[in-house]
Write a protein that binds this ligand. Structure first.
Ligand SMILES: Cc1cc2nc3c(=O)[nH]c(=O)nc-3n(C[C@H](O)[C@H](O)[C@H](O)COP(=O)(O)O)c2cc1C
Length: 322
């Protein structure tokens, strides 16, 4: 006699809870360009084209990275909270990732720790303390990127830091000279802390100061005093993947989120700078500066700083596709 068993899949409540984890991921300008679908036997992460930033992200690379970051959280939520991990395949077009149940297994201690950090991680645009990052941190962060198919190269030495800082500054100036760019940035700079998307005044940080080591994107924050950065030796790294196409951006997004959650686990604050990769010329010069074959996708800064402000998210119901 044969026994018929129903193949394991995620119950609707587990799916909704994992989507709750997914939406806490970072996204360019907090645009949240994602949707999620339960297909019966699996799940899909979809790119919401309507939320792609037409000016600063014409090819959708950063929207895909954002979806990749959300997909990483989703995978952690499924493995830890739902107890049924996922195997996945990169999708094509607007379906950025497909997930199916993998054989059930207990979540690893590291998965549990990273899952716990999902709600604690946030972008920190405040000043970092004058304290070098722990010696073990760079290797752990680089390993986190590698574990998701990415690379994370730390910028070593003052000279290399000056090059990266100049590229970010140059790209930022180039972007700001474009009226369409500033209009788009303004549209996502909400001016209200209660908005469910975009960047409100608390999260914006103070106005960028010319003396800052790395040029922050200007989200309309007020007052310079709070930006006085105390750290004189910042830990700066460049993240990229093993290809340059749209699918690779999704993978880099998963690597990005793994790095950010690992940083949170190490007690590190993080800030992101994507201006240099948004301008083709500076992106190429940054690639040459780090000596990689494939294009860099974002610059990250790590350090110690008090918690700043969390940005809001749209309701879960808005991102679940029927
Ligand atoms: C692909 C990508 C690019 C980003 N670029 C920048 C940037 O240039 N400057 C910045 O301050 N934040 C940047 N961010 C961070 C987002 O603004 C941030 O994730 C979003 O506002 C949500 O806030 P949270 O990270 O605190 O959850 C970027 C995030 C992603 C995913």
């Amino acid at each position: 006699m044969t026994t018929l068993t129903t193949p394991a899949t995620w119950r609707p409540e587990a799916f909704t809870a994992a989507v709750g984890d997914a939406v806490l991921a970072p996204s360019i300008h907090n645009s949240q360009p994602w949707r999620f679908r339960h297909t019966g036997d699996g799940l899909e992460v979809l790119l919401d084209e309507r939320r792609r930033l037409a000016v600063c992200d014409p090819d959708g690379r950063m929207a895909r990275m954002s979806c990749g970051a959300a997909a990483y959280n989703l995978r952690l939520g499924l493995a830890v909270a739902a107890g049924l991990p996922a195997r996945f395949q990169l999708g094509s077009g607007s379906t950025v990732l497909r997930l199916w149940p993998a054989p059930p297994r207990p979540a690893t201690p590291m998965e549990r720790r990273l899952h716990w950090q999902i709600a604690r991680r946030h972008t920190n645009r405040g000043p970092f303390a004058d304290r070098p990052v722990d010696a073990v941190a760079p290797a752990r962060l680089a390993e986190a990127a590698r574990s998701e198919g990415g690379w994370l190269d730390f910028v070593l030495g003052d000279q290399a830091l000056v090059v990266v800082a100049e590229l970010i500054g140059c790209a930022d100036a180039r972007l700001r000279a474009d009226r369409a760019y500033t209009a788009e940035l303004h549209a996502w700079t909400t001016g209200a802390n209660h908005s469910v998307e975009g960047i409100g005044p608390y999260a914006a940080g103070a106005a960028p100061h010319p003396a800052e080591i790395l040029t922050r994107r200007d989200f309309g924050g007020l007052g310079h005093e709070a930006t006085r950065d105390l750290s004189c030796r910042p830990a700066v790294a460049v993240l990229g993947g093993l290809g340059d196409g749209p699918d690779e951006a999704v993978r880099v997004g998963m690597a990005l989120q793994c790095v950010l959650l690992t940083a949170a686990d190490l007690g590190l604050a993080t800030a992101m700078y994507s201006q240099a990769v948004e301008v083709p010329e500076t992106r190429e010069r940054l690639r040459q500066a780090v000596g990689r074959i494939h294009e860099p996708q974002i610059v990250l800064r790590f350090g110690y700083a008090p918690t700043t402000c969390y940005t809001n998210r749209r309701p879960i119901a808005d991102v679940i596709e029927a």
